[in-house]
Design a protein around this ligand. Structure first.
Ligand code: HEM
Length: 428
């Protein structure tokens, strides 16, 4: 793109628009919409003590309907110099319900280990995606999730009891991360003895410091899933792997790669998302004793408090790829452009609800995009809500009011999945 001197040094929405950055944007992007912005490394988004990515990101709400964000990480992780970030809920809904125009088709993890498979269903478009969803839906029904309630509660209780007497804990390592791993094992029907191993694989995969460690996590999980599939072929059980072995799409059984992609996704999708959401929800309660007191006095508000906090503390912006050149949200997009739909903005869009910045546990009929929108709407949302609600219930009944431990600061980050890395809580 030819540099347009008009934009040199222009301060737009607090981001200094640097001339050579505008020049890095593809030619079809209007210069006035270019921002130097990264979910991973911009101020307020990068990991840091007391970082508050939701507050730092909120400024985009008051700008144009869509911006083109340039960052080195978009190049590194997504293979494009930048991506369109939508800032209004209506545009996001419009985009997310047109998978023929904005596709989910890609391979994220398989290439890291020299394989080729997509995560099922999330990296597929309709009509195949619809078939996968129809096959999987019964596994995630509210009734089936309800049956997991006791197991979830007993895990929450045993984790809390393991650190209660100490008067403090490192919330991420001692609660937020181990909690969903056990629930995944229960969901899939894998013995709890493998918990430590799965926890380590999950840590390597999602938080490994280098590519080798992350690839090692992918390899370990995939090898284990392939082993399980081979075993259940000869020893069928009443479990998840046997269920997908018997599943059919397009009138045929799933290929082994589709089964691996499915088991892998259920592992990945339910771990970091729950841990990250727990981190923001508990940080909010730790910093807002009056909200803790409100829930202690009136526990029946817990489910709506969970919903309201998921609305305000979205963790997962959704990315899609334009399948053709298109005029959308007032701009010309090209085939192959990345678009990004952050619930972190959709859920505080003043066009959608009153007092969007206020946290109100008595709000009713909350509609939000924290669990996405359109065909890929989170299939695990009932399970996630159950985990979060039970975590609140057990923490609030078993522990006295908790706070961020004096002299410590939580390390919070944005990125692909926003959350806390480290967070010390104390009580008593
Ligand atoms: C608070 C926790 C959670 C949040 C915030 C969350 C959020 C999301 C979002 C935003 C998507 C859409 C991704 C996209 O379209 O690109 C999604 C999809 C998905 N989630 Fe969740 N999720 C959570 C927990 C879970 C759990 C516990 C499970 C299952 C064990 C799960 C399984 C899935 C699956 C399988 C998909 C793909 C659905 C599809 O492509 O049709 N999620 N989730």
């Amino acid at each position: 793109m030819k540099f347009d001197s008009q934009f040199m040094g222009a301060a737009i929405m607090g981001e200094q628009l640097v001339a050579d950055k505008v020049a890095e944007a593809p030619a079809h992007v209007p210069p006035e919409l270019v921002r130097e912005f990264s979910y991973w490394s911009s101020p307020g988004m990068a990991p840091g003590p007391n970082a508050d990515p939701h507050a730092a990101f909120r400024k985009f709400r008051d700008g144009p309907r869509v911006v083109y964000a340039l960052s080195p990480e978009t190049t590194q992780y997504l293979g494009s110099p930048g991506m369109w970030i939508f800032t209004r809920a209506a545009d996001m809904r419009d985009a997310l319900q047109q998978p023929n125009l904005f596709s989910s088709q890609r391979e994220t993890f398989a290439p890291m280990i020299g394989e080729s498979w997509r995560m099922v269903p999330v990296e597929n478009d309709p009509p195949l995606h619809t078939e996968f969803r129809m096959m999987l839906n019964p596994l995630f029904s509210p009734k089936r999730m309800e049956a997991m309630k006791d197991g979830i509660r007993s895990r929450a209780v045993s984790l809390i009891e393991s650190f209660k007497a100490r008067g403090e804990c490192e919330f991420m390592d001692e609660f937020a991360r181990p909690f969903p791993v056990t629930i995944f094992l229960q969901f899939v029907g894998i013995s709890d003895e493998r918990r430590e191993e799965f926890q380590q694989w999950g840590r390597d995969l999602l938080h490994g410091q280098d590519l080798e460690t992350r690839a090692g996590g992918v390899r370990a999980i995939v090898d284990y899933m392939r082993e399980l599939i081979a075993d259940r072929r000869v020893n069928p059980k009443d479990d998840f792997i046997t269920f997908i072995l018997n599943g059919r799409v397009e009138g045929r059984p799933l290929t082994e790669d589709e089964m691996v992609g499915c088991a892998f996704l259920v592992f990945v999708a339910g771990l970091d998302t729950v841990a990250a959401t727990l981190s923001f929800l508990f940080l909010h309660l730790a910093r807002n004793p009056e909200h803790q007191a409100e829930l202690r006095a009136n526990p029946s508000l817990i489910p709506s408090a969970v919903e309201e906090l998921i609305r305000v503390y979205g963790i997962l912006p959704m990315t899609r790829i334009a399948t053709r050149d298109v005029d959308f949200a007032g701009v010309k997009m090209k085939k192959g452009d990345l678009i990004n739909c952050p619930p972190q903005l959709a859920n505080i869009d003043p066009a959608e609800l009153d007092r969007p910045d206020e946290i109100d546990f008595t709000r009713t009929g909350i509609h939000h995009m924290g669990f996405a929108y359109g065909p890929h709407r989170c299939i695990g949302s009932h399970l996630a809500r159950l985990e979060l609600t039970i975590a609140f219930e057990e923490w609030l009944t078993r522990l006295s009011p908790f706070r961020v431990k004096d002299g410590t600061a939580p390390i919070v980050h944005a990125g692909t999945v926003w959350g806390a890395e480290e967070m010390r809580l104390a009580w008593g």
